[in-house]
Design a protein around this ligand. Structure first.
Ligand code: XMP
Length: 510
């Protein structure tokens, strides 16, 4: 989505690329990430105020080293290369990069030799985060040194055409003055630092109106944060040209369908509720393989959705609430990476239906989406909801999905969530849920021996779902929750708490 002032981050595969864009946005300038090989015409059309070249794991001399189109330096905007980005600049402008005897990873102290523009207002010596094997040994033509370390005599460079390179990472918290450096770059780029959720909403609404014209748009609304914020944005732009379809797959949480419907019946867009529970559960009977479950649910979803689309007729666009972490978990700089799980919210629907995609949140992180949602009037109860996977409880019932097993899980999950909310820790947790295991264990209730189900509880803290840690819930509360589940949910005689982090585990169990 085109914004008025934008800084483009070209991605060379660094684990920190997403952070660069995020930091720039925190400084009030809209920033988007594009692959390093983005065609020059596409970049020209955006008319960026500045370009940042990210770090990356490669060496510029490697056979298939990722290199950008040289013409990015002629777009008339300042360019900042970070780490590998610096080496790209050096390489393309005739400098020399060498593998260092001593690699530099972690904290380092740099001495600033030139306190003008990019390194303005910084202390003479600053702590930075280095992560590089190669370093610069000869300056490219017409460049000067701005900073050095004992191991890297050339740690920052510039020329008089607004091209800058730094060997360290200003975007990470371990470079305490990193934000000042990025702020200096933004100032050099001539941006007015006015990006905010409000500005994002205005620009996105205009852009959607321009794109869609008089056409009709469809959206699969799940009632989760992402699809709801996306639907509200598109709804604000084009009102009843948008129809949102909410499908009850039978795999939703207790009372979820009526709750979601109550939120949307009065929205700015058309809202359709489809009860397809029987169809989904019918097709899932007897299936235990998680990927097969996902595939069936994905296919059935497309079918239900297509039927609705046909009824409405003449639809050209599909709205999806894809977020940045969904994009990077499914792709990499050089194309698709190994699929860990087939997340059906990226891909699937549009391919099958031949619709153009509108993904207004594609560059944002969850917390940014929540701020945009707040700005556009999405109810707070929705914005605070934990993420819920598209395949729903199907991937939280290990083994066969039957109405009876669904019922056990729904009840246990409801107790868990209500207790977290009542004890005011729900909002501190990224995601919490119950899982029904495919094992039975021995227990004793009264004088009777029982042989019943085990419920696992999972609660994690996370910034974006890509990495996560198990949440420390007070033991007395865990005990209370376990007690309630065992006493109130018929068929459960044991509760366990999952203390694995991601990686190496994942958040969901299937
Ligand atoms: P994992 O389990 O991969 O989850 O650590 C990361 C985030 O993605 C959600 N998730 C899914 N979302 N379809 C979805 O729409 C899926 O198949 C799926 N699997 C996991 C998960 O709930 C977490 O928020």
């Amino acid at each position: 989505m085109q914004q008025t002032e934008e800084i483009i981050v070209l991605d060379f595969g660094s684990q920190y690329t997403q952070l660069i864009a995020r930091r720039v946005r925190e400084l009030g300038v809209y920033s988007e990430i594009k692959p390093y090989h983005t065609p020059i015409a596409e970049l020209e059309a955006i008319r960026p105020k500045g370009i940042i070249l990210s770090g990356g794991p490669s060496s510029v001399y490697a056979k298939d080293a990722p290199l950008p189109d040289r013409r990015i330096f002629d777009l008339g905007c300042p360019v900042l290369g970070i780490c590998y980005g610096l080496q790209v600049i050096a390489h393309l402008f005739g400098g020399e990069v060498e593998g260092a005897d001593r690699r530099e990873y972690g904290r380092a102290s740099i001495e600033i030799d030139d306190h003008s523009d990019l390194l303005q207002n910084l202390a003479p010596q600053i702590e930075v985060w280095m992560s590089h094997g190669d370093h610069l040994t000869r300056l490219p033509k017409d460049f000067t040194v701005m900073a050095h370390t004992p191991n890297a005599p050339i740690a920052a460079i510039k020329n008089n055409r607004g091209i800058y390179g730094i060997q360290f990472h200003p975007e990470v918290a371990h470079t305490p003055q990193g934000m000042d450096i990025l702020a200096n770059f933004i100032r050099i780029s001539g941006c007015s630092s006015t990006w905010s959720p409000e500005a994002f909403v205005d620009a996105t609404v205009q852009e959607i109106r321009r794109l869609v014209g008089d056409n009709k748009v469809l959206c699969a609304l799940s009632g989760g944060v992402d699809s709801t914020v996306a639907a509200y944005l598109v709804g604000r732009a084009i009102g009843h040209q948008l129809t949102c379809v909410f499908v009850d797959t039978g795999l939703l949480r207790q009372d979820e369908a009526p709750q979601v419907c109550s939120f949307f019946v009065h929205a700015d867009f058309d809202f359709l509720f489809v009860d397809a529970a029987e169809r989904f559960l019918g097709r899932l009977a007897g299936i235990i393989d998680p990927e097969q479950k996902r595939k069936i649910i994905g296919e059935e979803f497309i079918r239900v959705f297509e039927e609705q689309a046909e009824k409405i007729g003449d639809i050209d666009y599909l709205v999806q609430g894809t977020l940045y972490p969904d994009v990077i978990e499914s792709t990499s700089v050089r194309g698709p990476s190994a699929t860990i799980k087939s997340h059906h919210n990226v891909g699937g629907l549009p391919d099958e239906m031949g619709l153009e995609l509108i993904e207004p949140l594609r560059q944002l992180f969850k917390d940014e989406v929540r701020r945009v949602g707040q700005e556009i009037g999405v109810p707070a109860v929705i914005l605070q909801r934990h993420p819920f996977p598209g395949p729903g409880l199907a991937v939280r019932i290990l083994g066969e999905i039957t109405p009876a097993r669904l019922n056990v899980l729904k009840q246990a999950d409801k107790i868990f969530i209500k207790e977290l909310q009542a004890n005011k820790i729900y909002d501190e947790i990224w995601q919490a849920f119950a899982i029904l295991l495919p094992v039975q264990t021995v227990g004793v209730m009264g004088d009777e021996r029982t042989y019943e189900n085990v419920i696992a509880l999972r609660a994690v803290t996370s910034m974006d779902g890509m990495t996560a840690d198990w949440a420390v819930i007070p033991p007395h509360l865990l005990a209370h929750i376990a007690n309630r589940i065992i006493n109130e949910v018929k068929g459960v005689n044991r509760v366990v708490y999952d203390i694995s982090s991601k990686p190496p585990s994942t958040i969901e169990w299937e």
